[in-house]
Design a protein around this ligand. Structure first.
Ligand code: PXP
Length: 237
């Protein structure tokens, strides 16, 4: 199980004052030194946290794997093809949302996504599609050439009862098994934290977790290196 850390909210805090601190680049270095296997950033269409320059700077210093989360829109695709991350994770995006609210409708957007995946592959960028744990979305992801999926764990994380959480867990587990069985890589993420990550980390078919908000928040109190190491200890046991 690998851990990729989303550093968007280092940029959120920096942008609150419009200066240079805290620096997402410094954060990425600390995450990697603490053992993270990847750095994730989401270049949103409204550039509310990560900016184009951040992505370019991250490309220069990330030594593990840079995962650029993005909507499949021209403006951001242009940056991705310039910067050439190892991985692009496509997500749906709505301007008013606080954070990504659900998976892609791969079936509805199949033609467009298929074209974009082809272009990214021509540029040697692997592609992951962020999807809900739904059979049809996963099978279509494979059909249109995605290398992997990231299973949306938000409904599991936000479940209001133990029963609901168990149901969501089973959906994620089944989705991970299906994806692996048809040859897709399997990542997971959204809403995972120190309290809810362990069952998800125990799903053998999941290769990597993408976690941001919980680690960055906890790190305010314990420091980023410790925050990363605490999460690594949880997901590797
Ligand atoms: N994966 C995807 C596709 C996301 O959009 C996000 C949020 O940016 C994450 C993972 C990380 O979610 P969180 O910040 O809740 O850990």
């Amino acid at each position: 199980m690998r851990l990729a850390i989303n550093i968007d909210h280092i940029a959120t805090l920096r942008n609150a004052r419009g200066g240079k601190e805290p620096d997402p680049i410094e954060a990425a270095k600390i995450c990697e030194e603490a053992g993270a296997e990847g750095i994730v950033c989401h270049l949103r269409e409204d550039r509310r946290h990560i900016k184009d320059e951040d992505v370019r700077a991250l490309r220069r210093i990330v030594t593990t794997k840079l995962d650029l989360e993005m909507a499949a829109v021209d403006d951001v695709i242009r940056v991705a093809l310039e910067v050439l991350p190892e991985l692009a994770t496509f997500v749906p995006e709505r301007r008013q949302e606080l954070t990504t609210e659900g998976g892609l409708d791969v079936r509805a957007d199949r033609r467009h996504l298929e074209d974009v995946i082809r272009t990214f592959h021509e540029n040697k960028i692997e592609v992951s599609l962020f999807v809900d744990p739904i059979r049809e979305q996963i099978e279509t992801s494979k059909e249109i050439g995605a290398d992997m999926i990231e299973i949306h764990t938000g409904e599991y994380a936000n479940a209001r009862s133990e029963r609901e959480q168990n149901e969501q867990f089973v959906r994620i587990q089944d989705a991970a098994k299906l994806a692996k069985s048809i040859g897709l890589g399997v990542n997971g993420g959204h809403g995972l934290n120190y309290a809810n990550v362990s069952p998800i980390a125990a799903i053998r078919e999941i290769d990597e977790l993408s976690i941001g908000h919980a680690i960055i928040s906890h790190s305010m109190f314990v420091g980023l290196e410790t925050g990363v190491k605490e999460m690594l200890a949880l997901i590797r046991t």
